[in-house]
Ligand binder design. Structure first.
Ligand code: HEM
Ligand code: CA
Length: 172
């Protein structure tokens, strides 16, 4: 018999029902990365504030989440994920955030665990944390060291300038 995915130390539970989540429902790809292995043992996302991970996380977030939560997680039909207010306070932990993404919450917030790779979920979580605009002191997901280096997210000004510059070129 195989070890399955849920061979880590941490038990993951549905955010609303408390039922144990079965990680074997996840996609077969992206299960056995070093980051996933670590996360299943510790409940801590090793990708948080790792620069090389952010673009991949952004891409996954834009595909699956931004339609409801906004381009910068500022909130739309779903609540903002970039501030220090959480409907479910456990989302301040990596374990809690993962559980909410994997198993869903209420209403439009359905489960995403069966169509995303586990590694992709960790990347996406790192991007969501990077989008944070609130008080760093309340960012429980950051280590003390990470708190010292964290600067609240600001949309990329140069990207906006670039796009308006190219529009000017078009109309010129
Ligand atoms: C709630 C993340 C996709 C609609 C939440 C919460 C998180 C989250 C963390 C709880 C926020 C809190 O505690 O304050 C994500 C991520 C997504 C995703 C990472 C992509 C994988 C979506 C989509 C929709 C949606 C596609 C719309 C179809 C909602 C709604 C809530 C919510 C309405 C409030 C649910 C409740 O309070 O129980 N989402 N979400 N989300 N999300 Fe999403
Ligand atoms: Ca919020």
């Amino acid at each position: 018999f195989g070890l399955g995915v849920a061979s880590g130390q941490v038990t993951f539970r549905h955010t609303i029902t408390g039922e144990v989540l079965n990680l074997d429902d996840s996609l077969p790809e992206g299960r056995d990365t070093e980051a996933v292995r670590q996360f299943l043992q510790t409940g801590i996302n090793p990708y948080t504030e790792v620069k090389e991970c952010l673009p991949k996380g952004e891409e996954a977030y834009l595909v699956a989440c931004s339609g409801c939560h906004g381009h910068y997680a500022e909130g739309k039909v779903g609540p903002g994920l970039n501030d220090s207010y959480w409907t479910y306070p456990k989302n301040k932990t990596d374990k809690g955030l993962f559980e909410t993404i994997f198993g869903g919450a209420q209403g439009m917030m359905g489960p995403h665990g069966s169509h995303l790779q586990l590694d992709e979920m960790l990347l996406m979580m790192a991007w969501i944390r990077h989008l944070y605009t609130g008080d760093v002191a309340e960012a429980d997901w950051l280590t003390d060291e990470q708190k010292k280096n964290f600067t609240p997210f600001k949309p990329d000004k140069s990207a906006e300038e670039n796009s308006s510059a190219s529009e000017e070129q078009k109309t010129a």
